[in-house]
Every structure is written in structure tokens, then in C-alpha cells.
Design a protein around this ligand. Structure first.
Ligand SMILES: O=c1ccn([C@@H]2O[C@H](COP(=O)(O)OP(=O)(O)O[C@H]3O[C@H](CO)[C@@H](O)[C@H](O)[C@H]3O)[C@@H](O)[C@H]2O)c(=O)[nH]1
Ligand SMILES: [Mn+2]
Length: 734
């Protein structure tokens, strides 16, 4: 059938999830059971003179109320999920000649934690998108202000002249050379075979040079002489104290900037913004804002893609997919950003540390999209420049895709760069709207989420797009401690956001719908799920040992709602996990890690946020390590939990594990010594709870008692935890 010439064919479509009615009925049944538990708690508060455990009972009631509240809020993420599909062929057909420019921002902060060779692999993969190179500009912000990074960028610029034509010709995926060459053996086309080995050699040589320079800590003299950019480092005294260094390594405007095949190259820019000890640099948010300003003079593309330095592009089509959401004639005018999930290339078979965040990315983000838009998570996100810079939604908004920038005809590159540099001054944004209304917001450890919320509150929507082929692939934390510290930063950031004037309830009131507000609040309250979880893992086992029941007897009808909640909730969670492609073992690991996050990251996150809010401490940003030593790596691959460090978080985990173990054995011994059926009736639920906690903590007992390697739990933690357990036993009961 011929399509009428002016018939509108959408560039993307949105589909609602199936089976929503069944889910909603299930949710209602859960709600009923929760209500019955509440009634039970209220009716059975221990009363009368000399009754023990009244306050503890009230405590457990409060914890349960909080769990219920979080469950209720969480429903916003499951009520109405939507899925998105794009039509890239229609995009090319209609707009191939007028595709907008795209600026890609990559942030790095420390050459030790984020090795330059990894960072330039990200850079090279971004340069290789299937997109007109003259419309692509890649910017690296180096908060480490490191000449090693600069050196690696020079190497990358040179290597790109070989790599990009190779990628184009053979549609190489993933376009990160490290990932590509380390992947499974590739079935090679005969034409490709001879190119393959020569380009691999070139890459390996470059990799080697960069590794040597990184180890030595200084670029070789002959290269320093070759490029005047290195002169800048003569005056750099530390990463926290230096002038702006801005170098356009490949200038897309220069007709000589071509690859080996004579095709144009994308623009490539290195920037280390000015930093002075007396001025706050606002971490990644500060870096991003400097990039927004500097790029506005160099390329000024209307679309900005932002990625972390460890997230290489894995899918050549991501830019075009994103543009389908921005360029549709009828449906795009409200869409401010397109968020992709984070994927990881180092997740082991059973995902011991639950890094995948499977339920978040495969279920909840679709649900949040259905409410009005997912969170902006700081990486793998396409923005419209004008909206990121503070534009409010107005009826009839339409973006003109033409690019205007600031190059004066005839001006030399050096003069131009000098003129632009000032935009990366550390004082530039003082007393301006930058960090408040413009760009990425300052002052919050989750600068990304708070910025996304501001955008939604200005009337815009966003889109979550999760194509079958992962788009951005990064490095997940490889030790228990790193993962917990990362979650602590996130949970703290979210809680700060909730307690600030940017709280989704205040700021979002009248601006975004209630479902969307709840979806934000669910994440914002993450930290607060910590204390009740710890209470639940400490008090019931302790009272089991002391002989004070906290749950209904097995013969009592009140047991039913408890049993229903436990069984239905676990079955649902398992089914959901398996439906997203997980396995039984990884589900169990995921459950464990969420319990650990609650017991540590969230507990500490709550406490530190309280200190911060009351002005005792200041914000910091602990960068997640991207490399570990060989020994640790080996254990990571074998899925043996890495404890190692002597941290307060680990002490908490060990104490909880030991406490439950003692209480479980204590209770069992008691039943053997005084066997009577009544006992089991009274204690069944408390024993079950205790046994579950013990089962989930098996890796801790192994780490404490059975392992000899360096990743085991240090013995000082064991003694500390035993002391804490003994103190817990001695505490009086109220
Ligand atoms: O002063 C800083 C600190 C960090 N970064 C960069 O920020 C990115 C994220 O840091 P990372 O330590 O990898 O944190 P993650 O927890 O992995 O990051 C997630 O969470 C952060 C917010 O907490 C977001 O900024 C990130 O985009 C998101 O991927 C990295 O590229 C860093 O190089 C800077 O540029 N400057
Ligand atoms: Mn990261």
C-alpha cells in the first residue's frame, strides 16, 4: 500500500505493559494483609504493670509501618510501566540532511582511580558513533588535571584516524578498542582480516606506551617538545590548584582534520577547568557546567550526551535512537532528556554484589517513565542543551536545530581558545544562576537526580530507553566495600534532596503529578529504610533468646496476614526477577545485597545526612574505584565475597550476623533442653526470621571462620563484633 505523501509516521511509539489489572489486584491483596498486620499490632500492645517489651513492640510496629509506607510509595513504580520503540529508518529518511549536532561530555577525575587507557577507550568509542562526524564533538573534562590524561588524549587523537575508518567500514561493535579486542574471537570477513591484525597491533602499541607513561608518571621529553600543550603543566602545582587547560586536539572546522581515508573527524577537546583551593569546585556538577559553557562556543550543539569516563559506547545507533525522541513532529515537544540504563561488562554469572540493579533498570524505570519520566542518572543521558540550561516549558516549544557558534572568521585557533578559556574559570559561576537554575545543580551528591527533578518541575517530560543491545557499558564495583560506599553516597544524596527545598513534594507540587512525586520520593527515602531494617534484624532474635514473643502464635489466625506477606512478597519478587532474565542464585544474592545496603549504606547515610543537615559535616564525593589488584580480581571472578577492609560498615554486618547466629543456636538448644510443643507454636515466626538472616549471612561466617585469603574478615572485626553482641545481650528491656 502506498503511503500518502504527507502522512505522518511517528519516529517513536510508546506501549503500555500488559497484565496491569492482575498486578493491581495483587497489590490490593497485599494492602489488605498490611492493614491486618497493623490491626494486630495495635490490638496486642503489651499493657499492664510490669509488662516487659512494650516499647520494643511499639518499635517493631513503627518499623513495620515504615516498610508498609515504602511499599505503598513503591507502587508508583509498578502501576503503569511503558515501553518505547524507535524508527531510525524514518529518521534518516526524513532528516538525514538536517541532523542536529551532538556534543558528548565525558568526565574523569583521577588518573589513579580511573586509568587513562580506560578513559580514552570511552573517548574513542564515542567518536565512532554512526553519525556524520562533522556534527559530532567529544569533550573530556579532566578534574584530575593530569598530564598523563592529556598525553593519552593525544594518543587517542592520533589513533582515531585509523580506528574510525575501521569501525565505519566494518561496523565494529563495541567501538571501544579494548572491549573489541578482548572480546570473543571475531568471525572475520576476508577483507577485514588484514586490517584487523594491523589495527590491533597499533592499538596494543599505543596501550603499551600509555601504560608506561602512566607508570613513570610523566610523558617522554620528545613528545613534550612536540606538543606545546604540555607547557601548561609547568605551572600546575596540584590537581586542586591550577589554571584552565583547554586544548582542541581535533578541530572539526579544520579541513585538514581527516582520517586515513580522508573523511572528516569529530571534534575532540581536552579541558581541565581552573581550580583553586579557596573556591569550591562542586565535583562533577562543576565540571559539567564548565563543559556546557566551553562547548557553547566551540560547537554549541543542541543535543548533549553525558557519560562517565568508564562507560564506553556499545551500540553505534544510540545517537540516532535518541534523536527519534527529540525530532518527532508531534510528540517530541515535551521531551527534555532521554535516559539509557547503565550496563556493565564485568558482572559475574550470579552477580554477587547485585550490581546489575536488574529490578531498577528492567522494571522500575519503565514504571517511572509511565509516571512522567525516569531519573536522570548522570551517565548515558541525552539532553537538549537549552532545557539543561534552564528553559521552562511553554506551549508550542519548537527547537531550531541549526547550530550557531562563536568562531570569528579568520581567527586563529590559539586566539579562539584563549577567548573561550575564561568560561572555565573557577569564579565564573559565582553570583550567577549556574548550579541553581542553569546547568547541573550544585551542592548535592546526586547532582544528576536533582537536576532531572528540576527539569521535570519546569514542565518537561523525559524518556527511558532500554534497547536490546546495551548502549553504555561500564565498570561495576568489584568489592563489597566499594559497592556499599557508592550506595551510601546515593542514599545520602537522595535524602538530602528530600530534606531540602527541592523536595519532590514541595517543588513538584502542582508541577508534576502525584505518581511522579511518589516515584521520586521512593528513591529519596532509600536511606531511611536502613534503621528499621536493622531494628528488625536485631530485636526479634534478641527477644527470641530472652523469651519475649513479638509475633502471633502459629495457631492464631493473626498469623495469616504475616504468612501471606512473607510468601506472596517473596514469590512475587522472585518471579519478577526471573522474568527480567535473572537466575535463582542471583536473586538470592540480590536480596542479600539489598539487606546489606540497608544495614550499612542506608543506616550510615541516614546518620551522616542528619549530621550534615545540622551543619556538623560537609559534602564529599568518594569516587568509585574502577580497577582492583589481581588477587581481588581473582576472587571477584570466583564470586568470593571481598571483605578485606576494616570498616565500620563491615563491623555492623558482622555484628548482625553473629547476633542472629547466637540467638538461633540459643533458641534451638533451649527447645532441646525443655521440649514442649507450646514453645514452637509461640516462636515459629521469630525463629524463621532469625534463620533467614543466618542463611543470608553465610558468606560472613565463611569470611570470619573458614577463609585464609586476604579478602576474609579481619580478626579485629570479629573481636569488636563479639563485644557489641555481648553489650546487646546485656541491654535492659523496656
Ligand atoms: O570531582 C569529581 C568527581 C567525579 N567526577 C566524575 O563523575 C563520574 C562519576 O563518578 P563515579 O565515582 O564513577 O561515581 P558512580 O557512583 O559510579 O556514579 C554514579 O553516580 C553519580 C552521582 O552520585 C553520578 O554523577 C554518575 O554519573 C553516576 O554514574 C566519573 O566519571 C568521575 O570521573 C568528576 O568529574 N569530578
Ligand atoms: Mn561509575
Amino acid at each position: 500500500m502506498a503511503i500518502a505523501k504527507d502522512e505522518y509516521l511517528p519516529l517513536f511509539e510508546t506501549k503500555e505493559a500488559k497484565g496491569r489489572v492482575a498486578y493491581r489486584l495483587f497489590a490490593v491483596s497485599m494492602l489488605l494483609a498490611i492493614c491486618m498486620v497493623v490491626v494486630y499490632r495495635v490490638k496486642h500492645v503489651p499493657t499492664g504493670e510490669g509488662t516487659q517489651g512494650r516499647w520494643v513492640w511499639i518499635g517493631i510496629f513503627v518499623a513495620e509501618l515504615w516498610f508498609s509506607l515504602s511499599w505503598f510509595i513503591q507502587q508508583s513504580l509498578r502501576w503503569n510501566p511503558v515501553y518505547r520503540y524507535t524508527f531510525k529508518d524514518r529518521l534518516s529518511h526524513r532528516y538525514e540532511k538536517e541532523l542536529p549536532g551532538v556534543d558528548i561530555f565525558i568526565c574523569t577525575a583521577d588518573p589513579q582511580v580511573e586509568p587513562p587507557i580506560m578513559v580514552i577507550n570511552t573517548v574513542l568509542s564515542m567518536m565512532a558513533y554512526d553519525y556524520p562526524p562533522e556534527k559530532l564533538s567529544v569533550y573530556l573534562s579532566d578534574d584530575g588535571g593530569s598530564e598523563l590524561m592529556f598525553y593519552a588524549m593525544l594518543e587517542a587523537a592520533r589513533f582515531s584516524k585509523h580506528w574510525l575508518p575501521f569501525c565505519k567500514q566494518f561496523k565494529v561493535e563495541p567501538p571501544s578498542p579494548a572491549a573489541y579486542f578482548s572480546g570473543q574471537s571475531h568471525p572475520l570477513h576476508p577483507d577485514m582480516a588484514k586490517h584487523y591484525s594491523s589495527i590491533k597491533t597499533l592499538y596494543k602499541e599505543m596501550e603499551n606506551r600509555i601504560k608506561i607513561v602512566t607508570e613513570v608518571g610523566r610523558a617522554p621529553e620528545e613528545i613534550r617538545m612536540e606538543h606545546k600543550g604540555f607547557l601548561e603543566w609547568d605551572t600546575v602545582s596540584s590537581p586542586r590548584d591550577h589554571q584552565t587547560i583547554l586544548e582542541i586536539l581535533i578541530d572539526g572546522k579544520d579541513s585538514n582534520a581527516v582520517d586515513m581515508e580522508g573523511q572528516p573527524l569529530p571534534t575532540l577537546v581536552y579541558m581541565a577547568r581552573e581550580k583553586r583551593p579557596q573556591y569550591h569546585h562542586y565535583f562533577k556538577a562543576g565540571a559539567m557546567n564548565a563543559l556546557i559553557r566551553v562547548s557553547s562556543k566551540i560547537s554549541n550543539s543542541p543535543i548533549i550526551l553525558n557519560v562517565d569516563c568508564d562507560m564506553y559506547s556499545n551500540n553505534l545507533d544510540s545517537v540516532r535512537d535518541a534523536l527519534c525522541f527529540f525530532m518527532d513532529e508531534k510528540k517530541s515537544h515535551k521531551i527534555a532528556f532521554v535516559q539509557y540504563p547503565q550496563s556493565f561488562n564485568n558482572i559475574t554469572k550470579n552477580d554477587l554484589y547485585g550490581n546489575y540493579l536488574r529490578v531498577n533498570y528492567e522494571v522500575e524505570f519503565f514504571g517511572m517513565d509511565g509516571c512522567g519520566g525516569t531519573l536522570y542518572i548522570g551517565t548515558g543521558c541525552f539532553h537538549r542543551r537549552d532545557i539543561l540550561c534552564g528553559r521552562k516549558y511553554t506551549e508550542g516549544y519548537k527547537r531550531d536545530w541549526k547550530i550557531e557558534n562563536d568562531r570569528i572568521a579568520g581567527e586563529s585557533l590559539i586566539a579562539f581558545v584563549e577567548r573561550v578559556k575564561g568560561l572555565a574559570d573557577c569564579t565564573y559561576d559565582e553570583n550567577t544562576q549556574w548550579g541553581k537554575e542553569m546547568g547541573i545543580m550544585y551542592g548535592c551528591p546526586v547532582e544528576d537526580v536533582i537536576t532531572g527533578l528540576r527539569i521535570h518541575c519546569r514542565g518537561w517530560k523525559s524518556v527511558y530507553f532500554n534497547p536490546a543491545k546495551a548502549s553504555f557499558v561500564g565498570v561495576a564495583p568489584m568489592t563489597l566495600d566499594q559497592g556499599l560506599v557508592q550506595h551510601k553516597r546515593w542514599s545520602e544524596g537522595h535524602l538530602q534532596l528530600f530534606l531540602s527545598r527541592n523536595c519532590p513534594f514541595w517543588q513538584g507540587h502542582g508541577m508534576i503529578n502525584i505518581g511522579h512525586q511518589l516515584a521520586y520520593v521512593y528513591h529519596d527515602l532509600w536511606a531511611t529504610y536502613g534503621p528499621p531494617a536493622v531494628y528488625y534484624m536485631v530485636i526479634p532474635p534478641l527477644f527470641l533468646l530472652k523469651g519475649i514473643p513479638l509475633f502471633p502464635k502459629i495457631s492464631s489466625p493473626w498469623l495469616l496476614p504475616f504468612a501471606y506477606l512473607i510468601i506472596a512478597n517473596s514469590t512475587y519478587s522472585l518471579a519478577e526477577y526471573l522474568c527480567c532474565g535473572g537466575s535463582l542464585q542471583s536473586w538470592w544474592n540480590d536480596k542479600r545485597i539489598w539487606i546489606y545496603r540497608r544495614a550499612t549504606s542506608y543506616l550510615f547515610g541516614t546518620v551522616e545526612t542528619m549530621l550534615k543537615v545540622s551543619g556538623f559535616t560537609k559534602s564529599a564525593f568518594v569516587i568509585t574505584a574502577k580497577v582492583v589488584d589481581e588477587d581481588v580480581m581473582k576472587r571477584y571472578e570466583q564470586e568470593i565475597m571481598e571483605f578485606g577492609t576494616n570498616s565500620p560498615m563491615l563491623s555492623v554486618l558482622t555484628t548482625i550476623a553473629l547476633l542472629n547466629l547466637f540467638c538461633m543456636f540459643g533458641a534451638i538448644t533451649r527447645f532441646f533442653l525443655h521440649p514442649c510443643t507450646d514453645d514452637f507454636e509461640t516462636w515459629s515466626l521469630q525463629i524463621l526470621l532469625c534463620t533467614l538472616v543466618v542463611a543470608i549471612n553465610l558468606p560472613i561466617y565463611q569470611g570470619l571462620f573458614f577463609r585464609k585469603d586476604n579478602g576474609r574478615i579481619p580478626s579485629s572485626i570479629l573481636s569488636k563484633s563479639i563485644v557489641l553482641v555481648v553489650i546487646a545481650f546485656m541491654l535492659p528491656i523496656y
